[in-house]
Design a protein. Structure first.
Length: 456
């Protein structure tokens, strides 16, 4: 009699399925997979299944559809790592890469992710046109003499694609088959008036006017309306675009975190269970070409201070990294609290997610520092910049520096290794790092010209 052999994948799936039946959704689906994405050691029924799926992804194919049916999750696994990325739930292969199961096809997932990003970007462009039209209408009815429009997003849009996708998927609840990029696009477009708003204030300005006949100068007062465009943000969309329940909102956050971990794009920068550390005092690194002023987001002087409605300790690596850069290069001391406030006021804080990547070039430009984006395929540019005394901000994904996303500063080269200023770790800042580690762990889907920004 032939012996049936069970693969490690099948064993893990069987164990996970049995446990899932035992609890029948007692664990929130999104959170469980988020934990599994951070490491199979987290355990739990859904953690076991998700870990098995990833470790055995080359064997998956159409079996995924059977697996998710067996699990009886409130929202299926493919929605937790949203099915838009995988090209739908009805097929195991994508036209972009027909020879490879979609869960194992970087090509297919990258193409789908790029299409989503382009779609969202295009609709946000339409939203910008919509708010501009509303500003024109308001000004025309105001009776004011002149207007000024302040647009913080003129050079770079800010948005968290993963969160937008997650909000959409969560709004579908159990109706997984209806999840579709065109449907999401229609919902966003029909609600484009909710994407941006504006703040208006009025002031009187004086200008000098010269009489062309007499040459005499006189002072003329004019009423100006100052409009500042505001990106309403994904938290606002949850209520006004997707009308999520509180449970769906919580699930969406987990979806988005799962997706960011899966794609390695560093869109979520947060320290789970962060604890402050005693004040480090005045710390400067002098072992590179440029003397670097060091700040740590966990320093008791800064950790508990607000970053929007979050705290610098848990979510402030972006402002802290830019506080390091500006204080080191611009001849002005700007601490993490000041930079966090600037980031918040100028629209670069992302609720519950850290900072939009556009914070880095925007802050550099605001403090009149030259900034250039750089890819992971240009290591020599990074080395040359550091050798010239410039600093390089990097957005990292899961690895030695973070479990999710994290901004660090590359501050020099010594003995062929990279010196860093890690806003969350003084110890890591004192170590030397192989450039290969930094290149490999840099975000694979950074926005705003990243994952590296050469500054100085």
């Amino acid at each position: 009699m032939a012996e049936e052999r069970t693969s490690g994948l099948e064993e893990s799936l069987q164990a996970g399925t049995s446990m899932a039946h035992a609890v029948k959704g007692a664990i929130k689906a999104g959170k469980a997979v988020s934990g599994a994405a951070k490491g199979a050691a987290v355990g739990g029924p859904y953690g076991a299944v998700a870990g098995a799926l990833w470790q055995g992804r080359k064997q998956v194919g159409k079996a995924v559809i059977v697996i998710v049916a067996l699990l009886m999750l409130p929202v299926v696994v493919l929605t937790m790592l949203p099915s838009l990325i995988f090209g739908g739930v009805g097929s195991s292969h994508s036209p972009a890469d027909p020879e490879t199961p979609v869960l194992n096809s970087v090509m297919a997932m990258t193409e789908n992710a790029n299409e989503i990003t382009f779609t969202v970007s295009g609709i946000l462009g339409e939203g910008m046109e919509d708010v501009a039209a509303r500003i024109e209408s308001d000004f025309a009815a105001s009776g004011a003499d002149q207007k000024e429009v302040i647009n913080p997003y003129a050079s770079s849009q800010v948005y968290n694609t993963n969160m937008i996708v997650a909000l959409y998927c969560a709004s579908k609840d159990r109706d997984v088959e209806s999840i579709d990029l065109i449907d999401m696009e229609d919902i966003l477009r029909n609600n484009k008036q909710h994407l941006y708003s504006y703040i208006c204030r009025e002031e009187v300005r004086e200008r000098t006017e010269t009489d062309q006949n007499t040459g005499e100068e006189s002072t003329v007062q004019e009423t100006w309306r100052i409009y500042t465009i505001v990106y309403n943000g994904e938290s606002y969309f949850a209520d006004h675009v997707f009308a999520l329940t509180e449970e769906q909102r919580e699930l969406a956050v987990d979806y988005a975190a799962n997706l960011s971990l899966f794609l390695g794009d560093g869109l979520f920068q947060n320290l789970d269970g962060w604890e402050g550390i005693p004040s480090l005092g005045d710390v400067r690194f002098t072992d590179g070409v440029t003397e670097v002023v060091y700040y740590n987001q966990l320093d008791e002087r800064y950790a508990g201070e607000p970053y929007g409605t979050d705290h610098i300790g848990g979510y402030g690596c972006g402002p802290t990294a830019m506080a390091i850069v500006v204080s080191s290069l611009a001849g002005e001391q700007v601490d993490p609290v000041q930079m966090a406030e600037w980031s918040y006021q100028n629209g670069f804080w992302c609720k519950g997610s850290g900072s939009y990547h556009a914070l880095i070039p925007a802050a550099a430009e605001n403090w009149e520092l030259a900034v250039e984006g750089c890819s992971a395929s240009e290591p020599q540019r990074i080395l040359d910049a550091l050798a010239e005394g410039k600093l390089v901000v990097a957005i990292m994904s899961k690895g030695h520096f973070t479990k999710s996303g994290h901004f660090i500063v590359l501050r020099g080269v010594q003995d062929g290794r990279i010196l860093v200023a890690d806003p969350a770790s003084y110890n890591r800042s004192g170590q030397q790092w192989e450039l290969s580690i930094i290149l490999e762990e840099a975000s694979r889907g950074a926005a705003a010209g990243g994952p590296f920004w050469i500054i100085g």
